[in-house]
Design a protein around this ligand. Structure first.
Ligand code: IMP
Ligand code: MG
Length: 178
């Protein structure tokens, strides 16, 4: 598995340090709020678990699974909810937890979805941000690392469902997917 990686971008240690900083900021910002963290399956699970462990205020956790079908590997605006959250959204302060913001299609859909359901506030935390690929504008409140336009795997991110269990984020060798 490690042989399929071109380059390690962020080691486990570097990621954890960043995640702790993000968790502190979120804890400070949401101290007087009604925080509901919505983890987007599956890629965000590893990031979310490190993040949530380091949040020191009360918070609820829920999960959503979505898929967006587009041409090739690019997502589209046609986002379909495969698993919705269980609890009530109205009046809650929703923080969407994502692994990576790429085109922005998925998050733009989700922000509208929660606003329609009368959330009090809707914000986004992502470990990785690939701004060069953005199709739709989304406001990302908390972002860990700005990444180049490369295909990344590890720490939750997959290629064909593989590599999620790598403890670091790395660039996948192009020979694997071409
Ligand atoms: P968006 O709607 O294009 O922003 O899609 C974001 C989703 O695409 C992420 O949650 C990932 O599942 C996936 N994705 C985008 N870029 C990468 C990447 O470099 N590696 C693995 N998955 C990616
Ligand atoms: Mg994802």
């Amino acid at each position: 598995m490690r042989n399929d990686i071109e380059k390690v971008l962020y080691s486990e240690e570097v990621i954890l340090k960043k995640v702790k900083e993000m968790a502190k900021k979120i804890s400070d910002d949401y101290r007087e709020k009604d925080l509901l963290m919505v983890v987007i399956l599956k890629g965000s699970v590893i990031f979310a678990s490190d993040l949530i462990k380091n949040i020191d205020i009360p918070c609820d956790i829920d999960f959503m699974a979505v898929s967006s079908y587009g041409s090739g590997s690019e997502s589209s605006g046609n986002v379909v909810i495969k698993k919705d959250i269980d609890g009530n959204i109205e009046g809650r302060d929703i923080l969407i937890v994502e692994d990576i913001v790429d085109t922005g299609n998925t998050l733009s859909f989700l922000v509208d979805y929660f606003k329609e359901k009368k959330a009090n506030t809707v914000k986004i935390v992502t470990l990785l941000d690939k701004p060069s690929r953005r199709n739709v504008n989304v406001d990302v409140e908390y972002s860990g690392f700005e990444v180049p336009n490369e295909f990344l795997v590890g720490y939750g991110l997959d290629y064909n469902e593989k590599y999620r269990n790598l403890p670091f984020v790395g660039i996948l060798k192009s020979s694997i997917y071409s």
